[in-house]
Design a binder for this molecule. Structure first.
Ligand code: AGP
Length: 369
């Protein structure tokens, strides 16, 4: 096992650090930047299904569901196709309306999650086209779907999903870009700009990882917190949910993710000097609005950990701590803002002496209801 961990203390840390390469592997053979092309057989061979789709329904569980939520924002922004994201466990039992012109995308790292599998069967019975985004090659979901795209993240051993999440977002972003182009929703020049920027993401993830030591110090300060809030807006709202899930599952600290603007509809009542609030406040994405949310937290003595764009000044002046990520195009920011949240939960869990790779009560893949 020590050899498999490749010198890291835990699989989770190894997998966090594998993300630059994992994302490159997800691009490989699909993103042909020089030619200004995306090639994805699973999409290209069934392009009419996607172009004629009245809507896309995304089903998944846990972290994969969070990747689906990011995809909803990206698909609608770029390809202008209506998207609904559903917990597979709810979808399968709520007698959903499924049209045969709907496309269902099932996202699953393991490809074995029982609820996601059941949702796929239901959609197939209704005549919808079903597309899988899986990591494990040859898994049940990859076989049950009509077509799909693998994430190629490599084996993920840590129960807390890390590189699966970022590579799911990567695949889904490629799909969104391909559909946007085929539907004529983005210009050729924007398409090229996006491909060029996407190509830099692995380096930028590597740069985000260089904050590890700083994040470990922040973890030391907050490791004894009983509760923690995570806030984000737009593309980074699902990242807030994912950050909270990561902290919950490996450190057993109660954490909630919220869209930052929802704070005033309830969670703001929780804020006092005992409450750490992790706020994703990158430039562009509603930055000024998030800064005013931060001011509201500060005036209630909450402790602010800001995830900011390199060189940020405004949030730095307000926050107790900032963790920088490189600048990128707004819809790609989740690929970077996720990194410090993974590291923060990892270090807190290690400092609390928790079993990071095998948290209590959790299984890597949930093959039963
Ligand atoms: C993530 O850290 C969790 N371990 C869990 O939420 C997981 O994402 C969920 O069970 C879905 O698994 P899947 O992607 O293999 O379907």
């Amino acid at each position: 096992e020590q050899i498999e961990k490749g010198g890291y203390d835990h699989f989770m840390l190894k997998e966090i650090y594998e993300q630059p390469d994992a994302i490159r592997d997800t691009f490989r053979g699909r993103m042909l930047v020089d030619q200004g092309l995306i090639k994805m057989a699973g999409i290209d061979d069934h392009i009419d299904k996607f172009l004629n789709a009245k809507r896309i329904i995304i089903v998944a569980c846990g972290t994969s569901w969070h990747a689906g939520l990011v995809a909803e924002y990206v698909f609608e922004e770029l390809a202008r196709i209506p998207v609904e994201v559903e917990y597979a466990s709810e979808f399968r039992y709520r007698n959903p309306v499924i049209d045969k012109e709907d496309v269902l995308i099932a996202i699953s790292q393991s490809g074995e999650t029982a609820d996601t599998m059941a949702a796929i069967k239901l959609a197939k019975e209704s005549g919808a086209f079903v597309f899988g985004v899986c990591n494990v090659v040859g898994s049940s979901i990859s076989r049950e779907t009509h077509a799909g795209a693998y994430t190629h993240a490599g084996p993920e051993i840590g129960v807390a999903s890390t590189k699966a999440f970022t590579t799911q977002i990567t695949v889904l972003t490629l799909i969104a870009l391909q559909l946007a182009k085929k539907k004529g929703k983005i210009s050729t020049s924007d398409f090229h700009t996006y491909l060029n920027e996407l190509e830099t993401i692995p380096e930028k993830v590597a740069e985000a990882l260089t904050s590890n030591e700083h994040i470990e110090k922040v973890a030391e300060i907050y490791k004894d917190a009983k509760n923690c809030l995570y806030l984000g807006r737009g593309f980074n709202f699902p990242v807030a949910l994912e950050g909270a899930l990561k902290l919950k599952e490996i450190s057993y600290i109660h954490a909630e993710g919220y869209p930052a603007a929802e704070m005033k509809h309830g969670p703001i009542a929780l804020i006092d000097e005992q409450m750490p609030v992790v706020v994703i406040a990158t430039k562009k994405g509603h930055y000024e609005k998030v800064v005013s949310n931060i001011q509201e937290i500060k005036s209630r003595s909450g402790k602010i950990i800001g995830i900011v764009t390199e060189g940020d000044v405004d949030v730095r002046n307000l926050a107790d701590h900032v963790i920088e990520v490189p600048e990128t195009i707004e819809f790609m920011t989740p690929l970077l803002t996720t990194i410090p949240l993974q590291l923060l939960s990892y270090h807190i869990a290690v400092k609390l002496g928790k079993n990071v790779d095998q948290p209590r009560n959790l299984a890597k893949s949930v093959t039963v209801e």
